[in-house]
Design a protein around this ligand. Structure first.
Ligand SMILES: NC(=O)C1=CN([C@@H]2O[C@H](COP(=O)(O)OP(=O)(O)OC[C@H]3O[C@@H](n4cnc5c(N)ncnc54)[C@H](OP(=O)(O)O)[C@@H]3O)[C@@H](O)[C@H]2O)C=CC1
Ligand SMILES: O=C1O[C@H](COP(=O)(O)O)[C@@H](O)[C@H](O)[C@H]1O
Length: 464
């Protein structure tokens, strides 16, 4: 759904079209949009040079082919939309090449998939060429490296692009399954009835990845796990899980409720934080020999709302772990003791509601059922469903993000107040010193993190 106050852009100006993110995500997503007729506007790739339009087209084909079979007719349509502009960040006049390529296109959407240190410079040069007028600026993550730098960046960008025309990407917000948390919670009375402090004992959020930092050592070592995925992706996902129902389906109401939820997340105390690093990380190319960067982060927080007050939320994320899986596991309270039919439940496993976000999105309930003819003997049973198989949805996060960049719909982006809240929540952890605890590659991270969860027990993930 587009935002009626934000006109659709007449062209997408893509800085960083030759880069890693463009190859892995943006070019394949743009092709998919063109394939289903959702992209008919020019896509102007911006580069410092060395590329021809033919090379870009071949590169785009390779990027698309790397993800599966190519519909050549659709690719030809997409390829016909590609244009190229060469710029020099030290020569603002060179940005006129973008104006030449976008002449007659109307409103522009500039998408910055370049190193974040260049965001302010790019915005300044765009303005110098008059390309900020009525234009939207979309910036990739990260937005700053702490609260102060995020505010500084905001102040630089808003000199030329006011907040209502700024979009900050967090691709988790483009994932259907993350948005679906809201529908699943509020459209189902069963869920509405139990997801609150009266029924929930604890919530565990895990984002495990079974791969290491590979060739991203230089980037990752300056960032670490907390900044890479917790401060943004996992806190935004948590916001969807804890927020109240928006008053309406409008982007403004959704954003307001999400921001309210983040404001209620308690600032994490350093004693509720555990950092880890997989063995062998220091041998990665681009990683400093004396690096203290974490590849695993686990923290405990609380959400101070009427619904969630007192419920512990633990979040953990890590590279080189046993599997690749993202889940929210909700542990429900045990039934009251003292009854014939609740006796067995005191020692059996608790009821769990498991929101499986990735790789196969769906939900699983762990329940108890009578074993044989004795109501006190219980079996643990699971009831599971797979959303992707049911709905057949296969729209990638970046298809949504890029389409919204064109339409202007702000709901799948981070508003500045959300960015500030996320930095506030983890702010006390960013300067954590000392070496992270070393963990075995392929494991579940350091055992030290067990103290953060209720009963010192992480529930095993289902997608294993
Ligand atoms: N790669 C990933 O998996 C992810 C990346 N991101 C974010 O996306 C953005 C782009 O990331 P990524 O594609 O990996 O970045 P790259 O390092 O691949 O750089 C992207 C492009 O930026 C230009 N560039 C690179 N370094 C410089 C420099 N020093 N000065 C001027 N231009 C430069 C180059 O384009 P040219 O030479 O054509 O000018 C390059 O192709 C970043 O903000 C990153 O944080 C977010 C999530 C995941
Ligand atoms: O932004 C990032 O996200 C990916 C994980 O995203 P996914 O959609 O593939 O699950 C993560 O691997 C990467 O380190 C981080 O920069």
């Amino acid at each position: 759904m587009s935002d009626p106050t934000a006109p659709r852009a007449g062209a997408l100006v893509l800085f960083g079209i030759t880069g890693d993110l463009a190859r892995k995500m943006l070019l394949p997503a743009l092709y998919q949009l063109a394939r289903r007729g959702a992209l008919t506007e020019p896509v102007v790739g911006v580069t410092r040079g060395g590329w021809t339009l033919d090379r870009l087209r071949r590169h785009a084909h390779d990027a698309v082919a790397a993800q599966g079979p190519v519909d050549e007719d659709a690719f030809t349509r997409f390829s016909g939309l590609l244009r190229l502009a060469t710029i020099d960040y030290d020569d603002p006049g060179s940005f006129r090449s973008i104006a030449e390529q976008t002449a007659g296109c109307g409103h522009l959407a500039h998408y910055l998939a370049i190193p974040p240190v260049l965001y302010a410079r790019a915005a300044t040069c765009l303005a110098g060429a008059g390309l900020n007028e009525n234009a939207r600026l979309v910036v990739e993550k990260p937005f700053g490296h702490d609260l102060v730098s995020a505010r500084e960046l905001q102040s630089e960008l808003t000199k030329y692009f006011p907040e209502e025309r700024l979009r900050r990407v967090d691709h988790f917000l483009g994932k259907d399954v993350v948005e679906d948390l809201l529908t699943f919670r509020f459209a189902n009375t069963l869920m509405r009835a139990v997801l609150d402090r009266h029924h929930v004992r604890s919530v565990q959020v895990t984002m495990a990845e079974d791969f290491d930092v590979a060739d991203r050592g230089g980037f990752y070592d300056a960032v670490g796990c907390l900044r890479d995925v917790v401060q943004n992706h996992l806190l935004q996902t948590l916001a969807y899980f804890v927020m109240e129902a928006p008053r309406s389906g409008s982007a403004a109401d959704t954003l307001t409720e999400r921001a309210r939820a983040l404001k209620a997340v308690r600032t994490v105390r350093p004693e509720d934080y555990v950092r880890g690093r997989y063995a062998g990380y220091l041998d990665t190319e681009g990683v400093k020999p004396d690096s203290t960067t974490e590849t695993y982060a686990a923290l405990r927080t609380y959400v101070d709302t009427d619904r969630w007050s007192g419920v512990p939320f633990t979040i953990r994320a890590g590279k080189d772990m046993e599997t690749t899986s993202t889940e929210i596991v909700v542990e429900l309270d045990r039934p009251v003791p003292g009854h014939h039919h609740t006796q067995g439940a005191q020692t059996a496993g608790p009821n769990l509601v498991r929101f499986r976000l990735m790789p196969r999105s769906g939900v699983t309930f762990s329940l108890l059922a009578q074993h044989g003819g004795d109501g006190t003997l219980l079996d643990e049973v699971t009831v599971t469903t797979d959303f992707t198989r049911l709905t057949g949805s296969d729209t990638s996060a970046y298809e949504h993000i890029l389409e919204d960049s064109l339409t202007g719909d702000p709901r799948r982006f981070c508003r500045m107040d959300m960015v500030e809240e996320c930095w506030r929540i983890v702010g006390g952890l960013l300067t954590s010193e000392g070496k992270p605890v070393v963990y075995r590659p392929g494991s579940w991270g350091p055992a030290e993190a067990d103290r953060l969860v209720t009963d010192e027990r992480w529930f095993p993930l289902e997608n294993v």
